[in-house]
Structures are given as structure tokens and as C-alpha cells.
Design a protein around this ligand. Structure first.
Ligand code: AMP
Ligand code: ZN
Length: 465
């Protein structure tokens, strides 16, 4: 089976075929930088990272754009309260975001673009909408007349029959009860930042930002557009209305949306106050790899309930895989090849890929790897894992890590040289005292933290795994 993706637009699982050759043009709605991102936001970003990695694993080239929304209602409010300029305020949170993203090993999209660097492009797009007669001006703001776009509602399946024509909404975020004409350009309130435009001073609405930045870099029709499920309405519905009114062409071929990260059954969100930032979680001693693993382990279209127990299980799962890799790298096996294990490794790889091909079913992909690891460990204990089985096992782990990327111990989680030397001395003393259980325990603890020991004639050498 080749890659299939669930398309919110058609409400179906579809084979994925890019518009042109093997290049995938993909746009991701990036963060609104008014505060630190929480791990709910990162669930969506981790999903996007898994998608990116699996597209490349499957042989596609990527042109992936992510925007940063650095002008929007909440940003203007917060920056104003702190007496900071938009740039000053948002630069801080962008830097924080990049640091968090690095810790979570999120690959950087090919282009990361800021809304405020594209104001002239947005003004031009708003002028085009004006020429098509689909916008109107009111009190200095410009609104998109949704009754003028016949396809309005096709993504969110919203019923526009009952909508009040001519009723307007000014805020960037609103829900389905407020299906109304939305602002593409907002007149500044007193004290608010603004840009000059031929149609009067103001600032862009959130939705026009993404229509403009995606089409500028990726063309009129994108292959994939992603975001969290809460962006389907109104954000993505409005992006379609704007983009398709301008070009007359389909805007996006595959719309992909990640489900929520929950806390006790409720969406993790700033407004409910039930959120953890990555910093909060790491400060409690958890590793970024465990967070990444947990967020990636549940298929993206299923809700995922966050608990610290689940985070602990994620850490245990990673440890199991690291220990298995350590065995593969350090143990001696008898010569020959165990044909059953060879077959199992092949089957694990097939199941791993079949899982990911099925709309990125990460749970299936992980199950395939763990099933193999369990059996291989048993065979190692029984001395039935042979030298000829080593390469396929390492290959499976490396395929796993190209997507999940949790096997290397991050710098934050690494022991210092002094800590390692101290542990080695302790182990040596234990051995001298013939307390081999303790010595083994120390060796294993070091292995869990990504430090491999090698006993040589000259003494014990160590390296980071
Ligand atoms: P924002 O910075 O609020 O625009 O959100 C950035 C991304 O995080 C968007 O794609 C949201 O849909 C997504 N998001 C927000 N809250 C959650 C959550 N609890 N679970 C998963 N994704 C979320
Ligand atoms: Zn967007």
C-alpha cells in the first residue's frame, strides 16, 4: 500500500499523489506568537514533523512553508499591555519557540515566514478581492462577503442557509455560531499598530495572512495544508474563500487536521488554563524525547489525553529500544543467521511502513517495532540471535528513528563527564568487592542515560551512544 491520507475536504481516506512529479508543496499554519507554545500546540507540530519525515522517507521532495503569525488580536493586546513594539514582543516568543522545537527535534520547515514581512503582498491580495467585488468597506475595515462565494462551508461542512447576510465579525477567532462576513483588513483602534494601504490604514486579518503567504511561495494550488482541528472553521474555511476567489482554482488538494491533546477530557488550551508548556514538563525532570514520543505515539486523528503516567510510559518505551540497540551494538553473537528472525525483521519493516502508509498510523508502526524487539530480545537471551541477524535489526531501528527520532539521548538529558567518571569508579569498587549485581546495575543505569562502557586491558572506556 502506498501512502494514504485522510482529507478533511472530501471526508475520505485518499491515495496521496502530488500535483507535480514527486515534489510535495505543503503549508503549515504556524503558531501565533503571543506566549510560549504549550504541548497541545506541539502535538500538532509533532504530527506535522512525522508527516514531513514520512513523506521524505517515501521518496518525495518537500517544499514546506510554515508561517509565524506575528500580528493578530491577542498579540496586539499583550504587546500593548507590556508597552512593547510588535517586533520586540514577538521576537522573544519566536526565539523561545525555536528553542522548544529544537528540543523536540522538529525539523525546520524549508521556509519559515513572518506575517509582518508580507504586508504589501496582503494589501495586493485585498485589492484583488476588491476588484472581484467580493469585499466591502465599513468603518474603515474591509470585509469578505461570504454569500458571494458559492463554495463557502465546503471544508467545515457548515450550513450557510441560516446565516445572516451582511452581519460582520471583527475578531480573528470565532465559532460556527458566528458564521458571518469576516474582516480581511481591520481599521486600527486608537493606539493600535497599523500599516498604510491605498484603502486606508489598518492591519491584515489573520486569515488573509495564510492565504497570501502560502500562495506566494507554493503557487495557487498546494498539495497539503495542515493545522490543528480547531483551525478548520473559521480559519481554513476563510483561507479557501479568499484564495479561490482570487485565483479561481482549487486552493488545496489535501487538508489534514490533527486532533486535540486533552487534559482530563478537555482541550488543552490557554483560555482554559489547563496547559503545560514544554518548559513546565522538562522542569519536572522529563526528557524532550519522552514528550516527542508520547505526542507521536497516538495517531494524529485520535484525541490524546495527556497524563504524567503516559509520559513515564513513553520514557520506558524509549529505554527499551535504547537498551535493545545497545545490545545490538555491544554483544557478541554466534555466527550464522536465524532465518525466522530474518523473516520477522522483514515483516516488522513491512508492518511499520504499512502503518504509516495508512494515514500515519503511528500506533501500528510502533507495535510492529516492539513486537520484533520483544522476540529478538528473547532470542538473544537464548543465544539464538545470530551475527547474521544484526544488520537487519539495526536497519529496522534506524528506519524507526528516521521518523520517531528518540533514540539519541539529548544533550539536556546527558550525564556530564564528571558524573560518568564517578559512576565508573563506583562500579570498579563494586567489582573489587565482588558485588557484581551492583556493578551490573551501574552499567545498566549508565546505558539508560545513553552512556556505553567498554572494559579494556587499559581500564574502562566510555562513549555516548
Ligand atoms: P495557535 O498558536 O493558537 O495558532 O496554535 C498553533 C497550533 O496548535 C494550531 O494548529 C492549533 O490548532 C494547534 N493546537 C492548539 N491547541 C491544541 C491542542 N490542545 N491539541 C492539539 N493541537 C492544538
Ligand atoms: Zn493559517
Amino acid at each position: 500500500m502506498a501512502l494514504h491520507l485522510f482529507n478533511t475536504l472530501t471526508n475520505r481516506l485518499e491515495p496521496f499523489v502530488p500535483l507535480e512529479d514527486n515534489i510535495v508543496r505543503m503549508y503549515t499554519c504556524g503558531p501565533t506568537v503571543y506566549d510560549y507554545a504549550h504541548i497541545g500546540n506541539f502535538r500538532t507540530f509533532v504530527f506535522q514533523d512525522i508527516l514531513r519525515r514520512y513523506l521524505r522517507y517515501s521518496g518525495y521532495r518537500l517544499d514546506h512553508v510554515m508561517n509565524i503569525t506575528d500580528v493578530e488580536d491577542k498579540i496586539i493586546r499583550n504587546a500593548g499591555q507590556k508597552g512593547k513594539s510588535l517586533r520586540e514582543y514577538t521576537d522573544f516568543y519566536i526565539a523561545a519557540l525555536e528553542e522548544d522545537a529544537r528540543k523536540l527535534r522538529l525539523e525546520r520547515p524549508d521556509r519559515v515566514v513572518r506575517a509582518t514581512d508580507h504586508i504589501p503582498d496582503m494589501i495586493a491580495a485585498i485589492q484583488k478581492l476588491g476588484e472581484k467585488g467580493i469585499t466591502y468597506q465599513s468603518d474603515g475595515s474591509i470585509y469578505y462577503r461570504i454569500s458571494g462565494f458559492p463554495g463557502y462551508g465546503k471544508l467545515s461542512k457548515i450550513d450557510v442557509a441560516g446565516m445572516r447576510t451582511g452581519a460582520r465579525v471583527d475578531v480573528d477567532e470565532y465559532d460556527k455560531a458566528d458564521v458571518r462576513d469576516f474582516a480581511v483588513w481591520k481599521a486600527p483602534k486608537p493606539g493600535e499598530p497599523f500599516w498604510d494601504a491605498p484603502f486606508g490604514p489598518g492591519r491584515p486579518g489573520w486569515h488573509i495572512e495564510c492565504s497570501v503567504m502560502s500562495m506566494k511561495y507554493l503557487g495557487d494550488t498546494l498539495d497539503i495544508h495542515t493545522g490543528g482541528i480547531d483551525l478548520v472553521f473559521p480559519h481554513h474555511e476563510n483561507e479557501i474563500a479568499q484564495s479561490e476567489a482570487i485565483t479561481g482554482k482549487p486552493f488545496v488538494r489535501y487538508w489534514l487536521h490533527a486532533e486535540f491533546l486533552l487534559v482530563e477530557g478537555q482541550k488543552m488550551s490557554k483560555s482554559l488554563g489547563n496547559f503545560y508548556t514544554l518548559r513546565d514538563v522538562l522542569a519536572r525532570g522529563h526528557s524532550p524525547e519522552a514528550v516527542r514520543y508520547l505526542l507521536a505515539s497516538v495517531p494524529y486523528r485520535k484525541q490524546l489525553n495527556f497524563t504524567f503516567d503516559a509520559l513515564q510510559s513513553a520514557a520506558t518505551a524509549i529505554e527499551r529500544l535504547r537498551n535493545f540497540r545497545l545490545r545490538l551494538e555491544t554483544e557478541r553473537f554466534r555466527t550464522g543467521e536465524n532465518p525466522r528472525l530474518t523473516e520477522l525483521a522483514g515483516e516488522a519493516r513491512r508492518q511499520f511502513e504499512a502503518g504509516l502508509d495508512d494515514d500515519l498510523n503511528t500506533a501500528q508502526a510502533l507495535a510492529a517495532v516492539f513486537e520484533y524487539v520483544r522476540e529478538a530480545n528473547t532470542q538473544m537471551d537464548a543465544r539464538e540471535f545470530l551475527e547474521g541477524n544484526r544488520a537487519a535489526a539495526l536497519d529496522l531501528l534506524s528506519r524507526f528513528d528516521r521518523i520517531f527520532d528518540v533514540l539519541e539521548v539529548s544533550r539536556e538529558g546527558r550525564l556530564s563527564t564528571e558524573e560518568i567518571e564517578r559512576a565508573i569508579q563506583e562500579r570498579l569498587s563494586a567489582r573489587k568487592a565482588r558485588d557484581f549485581a551492583k556493578a551490573d546495575h551501574i552499567r545498566k543505569e549508565l546505558a539508560d542515560r545513553g552512556v556505553i562502557l567498554e572494559d579494556t586491558k587499559e581500564g574502562t572506556r566510555w562513549k555516548y551512544s
